[in-house]
Design a binder for this molecule. Structure first.
Ligand code: SAH
Length: 216
């Protein structure tokens, strides 16, 4: 498919999937229009990259549905120059959106092949994103504290290192729940002892796998 056709698919995705569902932030919509999402998925799936569902990217993992990426981005309220930690790099697409918005993005992926592929795509598009292979439930101590944290895999609770590595006044977005039902949680760190949580609705993500994940 030609680049022009992909641009048309992106415009249609914005008109049909994002705007009607409440994504109104101009900068976020601009990021979705300009970032070639199809480059973040395996070649044989590129023509499906702009459809209204998640897509397999190999190793049992998925790139989230466009609307979910947009919703999480909008809820995160990313500002220019903010330091953002992402857990679950996957394809690298969410990182690209945040980098486009001017954030300093640090992202961790536990599957080396995915991390490497994401890094290559991000570099080829000239996005400056720090990609690390490892267990994101430990956070990224050396680069902390973060203004914002976004976790793109689900667990029963927020891994405690992530709460510690979030600035006071900072926000964390994460799907919380079991394998079949999760809520997208907005967690605002009010003081060192108080985190205020609210739900932004239900969602389905692949599981977060790591040291600071409760097993019940
Ligand atoms: N944000 C991604 C979606 C990723 S899917 C995108 O834009 O494409 C979730 C990813 O989280 C998977 O790639 C999975 O391997 C990864 N993951 C799961 N547990 C993890 C952990 N503890 N640390 C880092 N990555 C993890």
């Amino acid at each position: 498919m030609k680049e022009n056709n992909y641009l048309l698919l992106r415009k249609r995705m914005i008109e049909e999937q994002l705007i009607p569902r409440g994504i109104r932030n101009k900068r976020i919509l601009e990021a979705f229009e300009n970032i070639p999402r199809h480059l973040f998925v395996p070649e044989e799936k590129q023509s499906y990259a702009y459809e209204d569902h998640p897509l397999s990217i190999g190793w049992g993992q998925t790139i989230s549905q466009p609307f979910i990426v947009a919703l999480m981005t909008q809820l995160l309220e990313p500002k220019k120059d903010e330091k953002v930690l992402e857990i679950g790099t996957g394809s690298g697409y969410q990182s690209a959106i945040l980098a486009y918005l001017g954030c300093k993005v640090f992202t961790i992926e536990r599957i080396p092949q995915l991390a490497e592929r994401a890094q290559q795509v991000l570099e080829s598009l000239e996005f400056k994103v720090e990609v690390k292979i490892g267990d994101g439930t430990l956070g990224w101590e050396k680069e902390s504290p973060f203004d914002k944290i976004i976790v793109t895999a689900a667990a029963k609770d927020i891994p405690s290192p992530l709460v510690h590595q979030l600035k006071i006044g900072g926000r964390l977005i994460m799907p919380i729940g079991g394998a079949f039902h999760q809520e997208l949680i907005i967690a605002d760190k009010v003081t060192n002892k108080e985190v205020k949580k609210k739900s932004a609705g239900s969602c389905i993500f692949v599981p977060l796998i790591g040291k600071y994940v409760e097993r019940k």
